[in-house]
Design a protein around this ligand. Structure first.
Ligand SMILES: NC(=O)c1ccc[n+]([C@@H]2O[C@H](COP(=O)([O-])OP(=O)(O)OC[C@H]3O[C@@H](n4cnc5c(N)ncnc54)[C@H](OP(=O)(O)O)[C@@H]3O)[C@@H](O)[C@H]2O)c1
Length: 365
């Protein structure tokens, strides 16, 4: 367990980060440690590291969850775990149950607040009807009605609301756009995916081709730095203005991919002549990279990289889905700003810092 650096007269704040090894969970752990919290880090492969106590547990096994959490007394829960399923019906069953069973295993704990991270699929619809049905106008605002389409985020929210009412804690929901952050072997990681694409392109002398749609290339968009998301979740968990509310969370700037793509190429050391934008049709990474994936183990050996399994580095499908949307997606941040959350992050800088970190950790050359 961490040694708390909180002032002696401040209330005990003991966080349980659920999904602590993921792209949002690991940023939360870093933020909470920095702020002097006691931190418990739960995931299936959790281990104790750097003063943070790991709790290895499977959220899909309620009896083992109850056993492993019986002697834990977190005051705050940050729920960032999810498991992608083949259909939205299964996503709802599995991911809704993970929230329900986790909170049911903590009825003995002195819970003050539970913060849940979801995303813009709240407005765009689930993967199987992604940005394809009736949608609210952009920029997305928190007070929009839910879509008619079933959605695992709604199921998770409903489990959270029910447990909050029964157990007497406050809640917050954090709707993130595409996350830029640090994780390895997680489900959706655009930053590391683009870095892997650039690495393969440089090594095999290929073009660095934007994979997405014309609308994404030319239209406005925004993104979410995992650090800003973590800051918002900690703010909402500890400031009365954040209690019992859902908040969008993006960096606070907007950009067009036709502006960002060459800049990312430069940060990744790609020859400017090899940088290609949208031309005629989307060119998804799953197709672009299919013939070249076999090169990764050699690249890893040549540069002494930490991960030779490309499937733990690149999530082509997710970057293809986000950059392939045929609509402009921007996100309103007015609600949490009005409530007092003012953090801001420049997206290009977030990418550049992230690439530096992946280089330092030997995930990319
Ligand atoms: N990544 C993005 O770009 C993005 C964008 C918008 C919204 N979101 C949303 O943000 C939320 C969090 O996603 P994320 O991207 O942060 O997830 P992630 O990086 O894939 O991490 C998931 C975490 O959950 C843990 N986990 C998964 N199944 C588990 C189980 N059965 N028992 C215990 N732990 C389990 C994983 O660790 P183990 O594998 O070790 O168990 C990992 O720590 C999701 O709702 C996602 O839809 C993500």
């Amino acid at each position: 367990m961490t040694t708390s650096t909180q002032a002696p007269d401040s209330p005990i704040r003991r966080a349980l980060v659920v999904g602590a090894s993921g792209i949002t969970g690991s940023a939360l752990v870093d933020q909470l440690v920095k702020d002097g919290w006691e931190v418990l880090a739960l995931s299936r492969r959790a281990s104790t590291d750097g003063g943070v106590r790991g709790i290895a547990a499977d959220l899909r096994d309620p009896s083992s969850l109850t056993a492993v959490l019986a002697d834990e007394h977190p005051t705050h829960v940050f729920f960032t775990a999810w498991q992608r399923q083949a259909t939205e019906a299964e996503n709802i069953a599995v991911n809704g149950a993970m929230v329900r069973d986790l909170l049911a295993a903590l009825t003995h704990a002195p819970l003050e607040h539970v913060a849940l991270v979801t995303g813009l699929k709240h407005y765009l619809g689930p993967f199987e009807a992604y940005a394809a049905g009736e949608m609210p106008d952009t920029p997305f605002h928190e007070e929009e009605e839910r879509l008619d389409t079933p959605n695992f985020y709604y199921a998770q929210e409903d489990e959270l609301f029910a447990a909050a009412a029964a157990q007497g804690f406050t809640w917050s929901v954090h709707r993130s756009h595409t996350v830029i952050g640090y994780a390895v072997g997680n489900a959706m990681n655009m930053g590391l995916t683009i870095a892997a694409q650039a690495t393969i392109a440089k090594e095999l002398d290929l073009d660095f081709v934007f994979p997405g749609s014309e609308t994404q290339w030319n239209g406005l968009t925004d993104m979410t730095d995992a650090g800003v998301l973590a800051e918002q979740m900690v703010w909402a968990a500890t400031d009365p203005a954040g209690a019992d509310e859902a908040f969008n969370i993006v960096n606070g700037d907007v950009f067009r991919w036709r502006w960002m793509w060459p800049r990312l190429a430069e940060h990744l050391g790609v020859d400017p002549d090899r940088v290609k934008g949208y031309e005629g049709a989307p060119r998804p990474l799953e197709q672009q990279m299919a013939a070249h994936e076999g090169a990764w183990p050699d690249i890893a050996r040549t540069y002494g990289l930490a991960e030779s399994d490309l499937s733990r580095i690149a999530s082509w499908w997710h970057t293809d889905a986000d950059l392939g949307r045929d609509m402009e997606v921007v996100t309103d941040m007015g609600k949490s700003r009005d409530a007092g959350f003012l953090a801001y992050r420049r997206t290009e800088r977030a990418f550049a810092d992230l690439f530096d970190r992946y280089r330092a950790e030997r995930l990319i050359p």
